[in-house]
Design a protein around this ligand. Structure first.
Ligand code: HC3
Length: 390
């Protein structure tokens, strides 16, 4: 079997007029390693959503995020973090298949692109706020800050990807990590490092890509509790897609909990017959300002015409509007070089090392042992009805 199909072999999901451009796209990614987002793909696979919107997946179940602060002990809080994290995976990795029929190619954010939103306070859980900024264009890097000030919770992280092609699938190594801070009632802070799983994008021959998670990710807490999460697809632990097994160890290394199941439906702890996670119910979309009230750098305003073209099947307009944005960006970079200036980030500052990652990463022998970080500058705009500081 070859790594890429011929025009006749590609699946029904590819419109017949786009079969040859789909096979060319697959051939070019087969011999490519690096930044996939910059490659031109056929129209049927384009998504009208920018990658800067993706950090919103972290909080589509804001009540689970808020519940972390309600844990009474380090163990309870660690389990709440694990529960919230596993419950984000369905949105992060399968939601485009539900909303658009397959995994699509997101819009490649421009440097300085912004995405702001919030989830309102309901049932006393506090309001959750989201600030996203595209902090690099080549390679694409997205930084985010998600906070629930009334619960004393703040999540900060950044994302980039390294892609390669193997056995007919795209392998995506996620670069970056997230750190979570919990302000405790006694005035102390509890901190967590969250690493990100590896992705395999399958279904390419059929023109209907979907994501499976692979290998291992970790949640390491300053309290000493550690979750080791192994991901497997069909044919492994349970023979089911989207399977995972999380092993939770205490400060002394003793294994205290094992949670198994499927991250897109339900999972159970081996200690209880009740579900540990259940994401079969509804999620909450992030609330954003109406387009007219948005800044010109905010994703939905910036990409508005391109997105409308993609949604309406008017790819000529989408491509023309996309070129306008890209040309404007190229000109901006040239002007900066000529003026000897550099683009200033609005909400984040880059640091070469993250001491928290280094400290908590020792628990799982983090590889690489050190990582850079984008630190939020505590300068979020005012959000929603019950706005308070970020
Ligand atoms: C690889 C990916 C871009 C990155 C996306 C990330 C890793 C971003 C951070 C989120 O928290 C989780 C996430 C989910 C999906 C990832 C995207 C899937 C496809 C996209 C590629 C750049 C496009 C590949 C092209 C095609 C046609 C195969 O979809």
């Amino acid at each position: 079997m070859t790594d890429t199909p011929s025009n006749e072999q590609v699946g029904e999901a590819v419109p017949s007029a786009q079969r040859s451009s789909w096979t060319s796209f697959l051939k070019s990614i087969a011999s490519f390693s690096g930044d996939l987002s910059s490659m031109t793909a056929p129209p049927f696979i384009l998504s009208p959503v920018s990658l800067t919107e993706f950090p919103a997946y972290w909080c589509e179940r804001p009540e689970l995020f808020a519940a972390i602060a309600d844990g009474k002990t380090p163990e309870e809080r660690h389990l709440a973090v694990l529960k919230w994290f596993i419950s984000t995976l369905k949105g992060q990795y399968t939601s485009r298949n539900e909303s658009m029929g397959s995994e699509k190619k997101p819009l490649n954010p421009v440097l300085g692109e912004l995405f702001y939103g919030y989830w309102p306070d309901t049932n006393g859980r506090g309001q959750t706020n989201l600030v996203v900024e595209q902090v690099s264009h080549h390679p694409p890097i997205t930084a985010y800050y998600i906070s629930n000030p009334s619960k004393g919770l703040a999540l900060q992280g950044h994302n980039a990807q390294k892609t390669s092609f193997s056995g007919g699938s795209i392998i995506v190594k996620q670069i970056g990590h997230a750190s979570l801070t919990v302000d405790l009632p006694d005035g102390n802070k509890e901190e967590y490092i969250i690493t990100l799983p590896r992705l395999r994008i399958d279904g390419l021959w059929y023109g209907s890509p979907y994501i499976e998670l692979a290998e291992t990710s970790w949640i390491s807490s300053s309290s000493g509790w550690l979750s080791t999460i192994e991901y497997k697809g069909k044919g492994y632990f349970s023979g089911k897609t989207h399977s995972f097994k999380a092993t939770v160890t205490a400060q002394n290394g003793a294994q205290v909990h094992v949670i198994e199941g499927q991250w897109h439906t339900t999972s159970k702890s081996t200690k209880s017959s009740a579900n540990f996670t259940d994401v079969t119910g509804p999620k909450e979309e992030v609330t954003v300002q109406p387009i007219d009230a948005q800044d010109e750098w905010e994703s939905r305003k910036l990409w508005g015409k391109v997105a409308a073209g993609i949604r309406g099947g008017d790819f000529e307009t989408a491509s023309r509007e996309k070129s306008k944005i890209e040309n404007e960006q190229r000109q901006r970079r040239k002007d900066e070089v000529a003026a000897g200036t550099k683009w200033e980030l609005k909400h984040f500052v880059h640091v070469d090392e993250d001491p928290l990652y280094e400290r908590l990463g020792k628990a799982f022998k983090a590889s690489p042992p050190t990582e850079d970080m984008y630190v939020f500058q505590n300068n979020a705009p005012t959000f929603g009805p019950s706005a308070s500081s970020a």
